[in-house]
Design a protein around this ligand. Structure first.
Ligand code: ZN
Length: 89
């Protein structure tokens, strides 16, 4: 038979751990200098102007990178699909 008391104890122990973990001063870190910043900080950088401009630059680079990936993927896909489509005619 299952010992209800033991199960309850186990559950309370686990939930204790979960809740105390989330209570432990929640915060994020600046993605540039990794300084602790408040959870509400958006974008995820501290108030340092250097971090802000660096983050903006990074984001722009990422956008450009994604665009290039998209183009390359499109070309790659076309190199497979294109001949198939063209051979239909
Ligand atoms: Zn920073």
């Amino acid at each position: 038979m299952v010992d209800a008391k033991k199960v309850k104890e186990k559950i309370s122990k686990v939930s204790d751990r979960v809740f105390s973990g989330s209570r432990n001063n929640p915060h994020k870190h600046c993605r540039i200098c990794h300084k602790p910043i408040p959870l509400s900080a958006e974008p995820r950088v501290c108030k340092d102007t250097e971090c802000i401009s660096k983050n903006e630059k990074d984001e722009r680079n990422q956008k450009q990178m994604r665009l290039w990936m998209f183009i390359f993927f499109g070309l790659f896909a076309f190199s497979f699909v294109g001949p198939l489509i063209l051979s239909q005619f």
